[in-house]
Design a protein around this ligand. Structure first.
Ligand SMILES: [Zn+2]
Ligand SMILES: [Zn+2]
Length: 177
């Protein structure tokens, strides 16, 4: 989405409000998908402060993430604000400002920069996600598999194994005597 700034360029202090539905493309980020089912709402103000343009905006919406534990998709709410400094290419001296060229800029480029900061590093569909069974790969949030009956998960079976080891130990001693 392109925002034209011509109308506020001539006068210091001039500003205009921005209210947009922003459609973002699905991307792969850090090897995992970020998907958007609905446009994000972007609302705020663009002000000419004499030296640069300041874009203050609130972003709201939903991004679909993939759980790093069970690999299911889940919704993550987005609700954040940002302030972006916009300058002409000839004044672009630092990395913390964005460029507008030909009196316009792409609002999506700016929103992406701030949106990626909002994506959690450890993505979990729920706090207590049980993940996938390491043996059969089943999603343990949804169903239970037979693999649960292994010694590490079943205290009775583990006890049996310890008793067996003890028995073996004594039978070995018997032989030595
Ligand atoms: Zn999960
Ligand atoms: Zn299993």
């Amino acid at each position: 989405m392109v925002i034209d700034v011509t109308d506020i360029l001539l006068e210091t202090g001039a500003s205009k409000s921005i209210e947009h539905s922003l459609y973002l493309e699905d991307i792969s980020w850090q090897g995992e998908p970020l998907r958007f089912m609905k446009p994000l709402s972007v609302s705020g103000n663009l002000t000419n402060n004499g030296e640069m343009l300041l874009l203050n905006a609130d972003v709201r919406g939903v991004v679909i993430l993939q759980c790093g534990s069970c690999l299911e998709s889940y919704e993550h709410n987005l609700d954040f604000s940002f302030e972006a400094r916009l300058v002409k290419p000839s004044f672009h001296d630092s990395t913390d400002s964005f460029i507008y060229e030909g009196n316009e800029f792409q609002v999506a480029d700016i929103v992406w920069e701030f949106l990626l900061l909002e994506i959690p590093i450890g993505r979990r569909c729920q706090e207590k996600c049980k993940g996938l069974c390491p043996k059969c790969g089943i999603n343990r949030n949804k169903t239970t598999c037979q693999c649960i009956n292994t010694e590490e998960n079943d205290p009775d079976l583990a006890l049996d194994k310890r008793l067996q080891a003890l028995k073996d130990h004594f039978s070995t001693q018997d032989k030595e005597v």
